[in-house]
Design a protein around this ligand. Structure first.
Ligand SMILES: Nc1ncnc2c1ncn2[C@@H]1O[C@H](COP(=O)(O)OP(=O)(O)OP(=O)(O)O)[C@@H](O)[C@H]1O
Ligand SMILES: [Mg+2]
Length: 257
């Protein structure tokens, strides 16, 4: 998108009429979604609305039954999270995927290890880089990078997963309830981190049930209900009451396709 009269650039990441069924459960019923570069897009909706399933379709974990995923306006076919990572899309899943027996640095570099003499993992180099990016990202709570993350608290583990995603993301970062397990100070740090990632020009997708937090950090809000998008707002043009109305089905501004 280079032409100056192009008023609306293609979304960095989008879903178009995506359907996903698990047995009898229609988790996604033709959901559409858009995340723009340089913006935080909040994705909200009640438990079971389909948010995590949509994230997994956008990050290559699930393959949609129908509909398309687009990156910069181009349809893409992802068959694994590695495909998404190659396109610069990093995800922090709600059901965290850290390797418990590995230390924080090994988790950060899992599958992308720095090697020396071709076969050996260069642990000191990975620890140095991890410590540096944790510091750059304002994640100061992981004191010992040699301890297996199994001994971390839930919030500390979440911080490692977020730092890992922020470190590798080149284009889009998807955060599925990143602050759910965090205390007040760590939550503030994660919200700060989200803003910094946005300033790098990335598209940030942020799922949270905390609506004041959503309005604080997001530029736009997309609301899902029963597997479909029912409303979208600019954050400055809505409030908690209206978001609750959309979540519960009392309000919609989505024109049926
Ligand atoms: N792997 C799966 N197998 C079977 N059903 C699934 C699977 N994943 C999700 N579902 C179902 O799909 C629906 C949507 O679930 P999803 O986890 O996407 O909701 P959510 O919006 O993320 O909810 P929450 O806010 O509780 O995290 C639910 O009915 C859930 O039970
Ligand atoms: Mg979920």
């Amino acid at each position: 998108m280079t032409s100056s009269d192009d008023r609306s650039p293609a979304p960095a990441l989008a879903a178009r009429s995506v359907e996903k069924q698990f047995g009898q459960v229609r988790a996604l019923r033709g959901v559409s979604f858009e995340a723009m570069a340089g913006e935080v897009t909040a994705l909200i909706g009640d438990n079971g609305a389909g948010k995590s399933t949509l994230v997994k379709c956008l990050s290559g974990v699930h393959r949609p039954d129908s509909g398309t995923i687009e990156v910069d306006g181009q349809p893409v076919h992802m068959t694994s999270p590695t495909d998404a990572e190659r396109m610069g899309i990093e995800t922090v899943y709600q059901d965290l995927a850290l390797a418990p027996d590995l230390d924080a640095a090994s988790n950060v570099f899992l599958g992308r290890e720095i090697r020396k003499f071709r076969f050996l993992h260069d642990q000191p180099a990975m620890r140095r880089q991890t410590a540096k990016s944790f510091a750059d990202l304002g994640v100061g709570m992981v004191q010992d990078l040699r301890v297996p993350v199994a001994s971390f608290s839930g919030g500390q583990r979440q911080s490692v997963a977020i730092a890992r995603a922020a470190m590798w993301a080149q284009h889009v970062i998807l955060l599925d309830e990143p602050t759910a397990a965090l205390g007040v100070i760590q939550t503030a740090k994660v919200l700060d981190l989200i803003r910094r990632v946005r300033e790098r020009g990335l598209a940030v997708v942020f799922i949270s049930h905390n609506l004041p937090q959503v309005l604080e950090v997001a530029d736009r809000v997309e609301v899902m209900r029963l597997g479909a998008r029912v409303a979208r707002f600019k954050s400055g043009e809505t409030d908690v009451e209206q978001l609750i109305a959309a979540i519960s089905g009392a309000y919609t501004n989505e024109v049926a396709a």
